[in-house]
Design a protein around this ligand. Sequence first.
Ligand code: KG4
Ligand code: ZN
Length: 336
Amino acid sequence: MYILGIESSCDETSAAVVSMEKGERRILSNIVASQIETHRLYGGVVPEIASRAHIEAISSITYEALEVAGVSIGDIGCIAVTSHPGLIGALLVGVNFAKSLAFAHNIPLVPVNHVKAHVAAAYLEYAHLEPPFTALVVSGGHTSIYSVSDYTSFEEIGATRDDAAGEAFDKIGRVIGMPYPGGAAMDKLAYEGDCEAVKLPSPAIVGDTLDFSFSGLKTAALNYINGERQKGREPNHADLTASYTRVIVDAIIKKVTLAIDKTQTKRLVLAGGVAANSHIRGALERLCKKKGVEFCKPSLSLCSDNAAMVAAAGYFEYLRGNFAGTSLNASALDED
Ligand code: KG4
Ligand code: ZN
């Protein structure tokens, strides 16, 4: 079955066609129009500008996705759209567009949770992957650990109590002069510094919980930067980035180790934009090897926001019969 996926939850407008059947998971097209250059001028995503940019791009991106896939709208068996969570004005563009298309062509419409879609990216690259497994979603908006019991049922077993890992990278990246979003540049810079140089607090909540907290780490790093600047010197960016990355990686390893022990899982799925971080990928790879756990880490293009992952998640919602009516609305919240 061909599924058309539509994604507009933040600063990427994306449309994709995937072919999903029992035994087949194939991406026919996955077109992403990034707004990053526009938002970079402001040092972060400006919600209203994001909505307007989605409006401009969404029709042409969708037609391109159909054209590249070599299919017409009549071949599409289901339209899957990100309906939550995200920026409300941005989500509304995708939801309304998908509703209109589904209504005009009499195609079933399926709403998709963006976080579940990130996890579904792994199905596209690991053809044999099936639940149950444990998933770690690290993105600009989320840092959560899920116990995934079937394709559509997720139990959140750990989460950040405040900021997400991506926000933490982007915030410090911005303060040390990196263009938005700073995550990828910090990934590279961390190789050039001493990861023991700056003492920073761990974002892992102490104890038997699987929760994180990044706000204390962010504040500590800001205080360190400001303290150095007040003394008339610029902190060593590479040392700070290496130390910052190290405490984040250590916290993730600590909590994922605990999650593996608690759930006795045999598979770990990594997802979300921050899953592109090479230090996190490397450390989790080593951990999984040590624990005898299969590690499923989608390639970088499927980690950041894209509509192929939305279509993949949508397929399983379709099989469940989770269709939307014409009153489908978007929601900023991560509530199913
Ligand atoms: O999943 P995503 O595309 O958007 C959300 O749903 O939030 O994630 C975007 C986040 C940004 O914070 C960006 O800085 C971060 O992913 N990111 C990285 C890397 N590449 C992207 N963070 C750390 N290391 C990277 N290599
Ligand atoms: Zn995302």
